[in-house]
Design a protein around this ligand. Structure first.
Ligand code: ATP
Length: 604
C-alpha cells in the first residue's frame, strides 16, 4: 500500500498517537520494567495504591504498574497473531469461490454466510476450548472469530472487481481463473483488506483480553492485560485500582487501533472517490506539438501492477471536425486508451505519456471544469451516465449550472433545446421523464445531448451503439456525424466492429494487444489495408456475395494477454505471413501508402 497522509482530525491524531505509544511500550516495556514486574515481595502482598506501587500489588507482592507496562508486548503480539491468522484464513475463504468450480464455490459461500451469522465470541470460546486453554487456544479462537468477516469482505470486494470490464475481457481472452484472481482481483482489493486488518487488530486486542478475562486465555505464569484484569477483578470492591490499570490499557489500545484504522479508511476513500486517480508520469518532450490538432497523444502507456501493460506507446492525432475510429477485438486496449485520455483509468493503473494535449494544452493542467467543458464522453451503457433517480432534463441542466454558471431556468431551457437538437421527439416532455422511461436509443441521444450542453472540442464515444439495434445504431451514428460537422468538435469513436467504423469515421486506427498496428483513411480501407490483422478483420465481414451456408471467416488463435506480450510482433503467432523476424523483433509503425502507417515486417 502506498503511504498516505492521514487526515489531521483529532480522532486521527489521537489514534496515531495511541498506536505509536503502544508500539513504543511493546519495544521498551519488558527491558525497562521486566525485572520489577517479576520481583516478589512478601511484605507487600495484595496492596492498594501507594507511592511505591501506584496501581497496587498482586498476591505475590509484584508491582502491578510494571506488570501492565510489561504485558503490552505480549498483548500486542497475541493480537497481531490472531489478526493475521483470521485475516489470512478469511481472505483465502473469501477468494476461493472465485477459483473453485460452481458447487464447491457455493458450499464455501454458504459456510461463510453461516459463520458470519454466528456470534463471534461463541465461536472464539468454542475454538479456544477445543484447541486447549492458554494463549495458543485464545489466539486461534479470536482468529476463527475474525475470519468470517474477512471472508465476507473479500467475497464482496472480489465480486465487485469480478464484474468489471477488464476481468470480463481477461476471461474472454482465456486467462485462467487463478491468474484472474492473483493478477486482476487480489491486487485491486488489497487496500481495503489492509485497512480492515488494522481495525481488526483493535478488535483482536479487546477479544483476547476478554478471553483471558474469562479464564480461557493466557495462563500463569504468563500474563497479558486480560489476565491482569482477571486477577484484579476479584479485588474490585476492595482495591478497584488494581483492575483499573489493565482495563485502561486494553481500552486505550483498542480505541487507538480503531481510530487509526478509521482514519486510514477515510484517507483512502478521500483519495479514491470513484476509483482512485492513477499515477500519471510525463517523460521528456517528444518533438514539436501539432498546432492544428484538437487531440494529440504521443507515447501513451497504461500499466497495472503485476506487469500487465494493456496500452503500449500509443500515439494519435485528431484534427477539428475529424472522426477517428479506434478498432480492435476485445481486450486490445481501446477502452483504456479512452479512459487514459479522459483521466479515468482506475487505480492502481499507471498512465505515462510523452504528450497528451487537448486544444494545445496539457490535459494534466486542465481543471475539472475546463475538462468537463472541452471533453464529452459517451459510453456503451447510457444508464451508467444517467442517474436513474433524476429527471433527464434536470441532469442535463446540472451540466450548464455547474460548468457555465447558468441559472436554473436558463439551464432547463438549454437542456430542452439540446434534447431537440439530438432529434429526441417532444423534447420538453422527455426532459421531465426519468431515464428508465426512455428507450435505449433515446437514452444514448440524451447522453450525447448532455455532452453538447457545453461546447466540447472532443467527443470520445466508447462503443456507443453496441447495445442498440441496427436501425437505432444507424440513427446514433448519423447523429454523431451531424454533431461533429455542426460544432467542429473532433471525435474518437471506439468500436470492435470495423464495418461501423468504416461507415462513420474519416480515419481508422487498428489496435492489437495494446498497440496501433495500422492507421489509414477510411476511404482507403478496402483497397489499401496492408496489415494482415486489418485484412483479416475486413475478411471476416459478411457482404452481399458471402455464401450464407458457410461459416464466416474468423481469425484463428487468441490475442495475447496484456502481461504476455513478447518482444516480437504480437500478431505473429496468428499470422499466415509471419517469419522468424516477426516473432523476435517488433515492427515499428512507419508511413505506408498515401496517408497511412503500418507496423509489419512483411508488407514494408
Ligand atoms: N484495472 C485493470 N487491471 C488490470 N488489467 C486491466 C484493468 N483494466 C483493463 N485491464 C486489461 O486491459 C486489457 C484491455 O482492456 P480494454 O477494456 O481497454 O480493452 P478493449 O479493447 O476496450 O476491450 P472491450 O472491447 O472488451 O471493451 C484487457 O486485457 C483487460 O483485462
Amino acid at each position: 500500500m502506498k503511504p498516505r497522509l492521514l487526515p489531521r482530525t483529532p480522532a486521527a491524531v489521537a489514534g496515531a498517537a495511541l498506536v505509536a505509544a503502544m508500539v513504543v511500550l511493546a519495544v521498551v516495556g519488558p527491558p525497562l520494567w521486566g525485572a520489577t514486574a517479576e520481583r516478589i515481595d512478601a511484605a507487600a502482598i495484595l496492596q492498594g495504591t501507594s507511592a511505591a506501587h501506584p496501581l497496587g500489588t498482586d498476591s505475590l507482592g509484584r508491582d502491578l504498574l510494571a506488570r501492565v507496562l510489561v504485558a503490552g508486548r505480549f498483548s500486542l503480539a497475541l493480537a497481531l497473531a490472531a489478526t493475521l491468522i483470521g485475516g489470512l484464513a478469511g481472505i483465502v475463504l473469501g477468494a476461493l469461490p472465485s477459483v473453485l468450480p460452481g458447487r464447491a464455490a457455493r458450499l464455501i459461500t454458504g459456510a461463510v454466510n453461516a459463520l458470519v451469522a454466528f456470534p463471534g465470541l461463541l465461536l472464539a470460546m468454542f475454538t479456544a476450548v477445543v484447541s486447549g486453554l492458554g494463549a495458543r487456544g485464545a489466539v486461534l479462537g479470536i482468529g476463527v472469530a475474525i475470519a468470517p468477516g474477512f471472508a465476507r469482505l473479500t467475497q464482496t470486494l472480489a465480486a465487485t472487481v469480478a464484474g468489471s470490464d477488464y476481468v470480463s475481457a481477461a476471461r474472454m481472452l482465456g486467462v485462467s481463473r487463478r491468474r484472474v484472481l492473483t493478477g486482476h482481483v487480489l491486487p485491486n482489493i488489497a487496500e481495503p483488506l489492509i485497512l480492515q486488518l488494522t481495525q481488526a487488530l483493535g478488535g483482536a486486542l479487546l477479544g483476547l483480553a476478554g478471553m483471558s478475562f474469562l479464564g480461557l486465555g493466557v495462563q500463569p505464569p504468563s500474563f497479558d492485560w486480560g489476565r491482569l484484569l482477571f486477577d484484579g477483578f476479584a479485588r474490585i470492591y476492595v482495591t478497584p485500582e488494581v483492575a483499573l490499570g489493565p482495563a485502561a490499557a486494553v481500552a486505550l489500545a483498542g480505541i487507538g487501533f480503531n481510530l487509526l484504522g478509521d482514519a486510514m479508511a477515510k484517507a483512502a476513500a478521500r483519495t479514491a472517490p470513484a476509483g482512485k486517480k492513477p499515477a500519471v508520469a510525463v517523460p521528456p518532450n517528444p518533438g514539436e506539438p501539432d498546432p492544428g490538432a484538437v487531440l494529440e497523444v504521443k507515447g501513451l502507456t497504461v500499466a497495472f501492477p503485476g506487469g500487465a501493460t494493456p496500452v503500449r506507446e500509443l500515439s494519435l492525432t485528431i484534427a477539428p471536425g475529424e472522426i477517428v475510429g479506434l478498432v480492435g477485438e476485445s481486450g486490445s486496449g481501446k477502452s483504456l486508451t479512452a479512459a487514459a485520455i479522459g483521466g479515468l483509468v482506475p487505480y492502481p493503473g499507471t498512465v505515462t505519456y510523452g504528450r497528451l494535449l487537448l486544444g494545445g494544452r496539457d490535459m494534466a493542467t486542465l481543471s475539472g471544469k475546463e475538462l468537463g467543458t472541452a471533453l464529452a464522453m459517451v459510453f456503451q451503457d447510457p444508464m451508467a451516465s444517467l442517474n436513474p433517480a433524476l429527471r433527464v432534463g434536470g441532469q442535463l441542466a446540472e451540466v450548464a449550472i455547474a460548468h457555465q454558471g447558468a441559472g436554473r431556468a436558463e439551464a432547463n431551457r438549454r437542456a430542452v433545446d439540446r434534447l431537440g437538437h439530438v432529434h429526441l421527439p417532444d423534447p420538453a416532455a422527455r426532459a421531465r421523464q426519468h431515464p428508465h422511461e426512455l428507450s435505449g436509443g433515446m437514452r444514448q441521444r440524451a447522453v450525447i445531448a448532455m455532452g453538447l450542453m457545453a461546447t466540447p472540442r472532443l467527443i470520445i464515444a466508447d462503443e456507443p451503439t453496441t447495445a442498440l439495434d441496427v436501425t437505432v445504431q444507424r440513427q446514433i451514428l448519423r447523429l454523431l456525424r451531424e454533431v461533429t460537422e455542426e460544432t467542429g468538435a473532433a471525435a474518437l469513436f471506439i468500436s470492435h466492429d470495423i464495418a461501423v467504423v468504416g461507415e462513420l469515421c474519416d480515419r481508422v486506427m487498428v489496435m492489437y494487444a495494446g498497440r496501433v498496428v495500422e492507421e489509414l483513411p477510411v476511404a482507403r480501407l478496402a483497397a489499401e489495408a496492408a496489415h494482415p490483422y486489418t485484412r483479416a478483420l475486413i475478411a471476416s465481414l459478411p457482404d452481399m456475395d458471402t455464401d450464407r451456408d458457410r461459416p464466416l471467416a474468423s481469425i484463428p488463435g487468441r490475442q495475447p494477454a496484456p502481461s504476455d506480450v513478447g518482444p516480437g510482433c504480437a500478431f505473429a503467432d496468428r499470422c499466415a505471413l509471419a517469419s522468424a523476424r516477426c516473432a523476435a523483433e517488433r515492427p515499428p509503425l512507419i508511413p505506408y501508402g498515401v496517408a497511412g502507417r503500418v507496423a509489419c515486417w512483411e508488407v514494408t
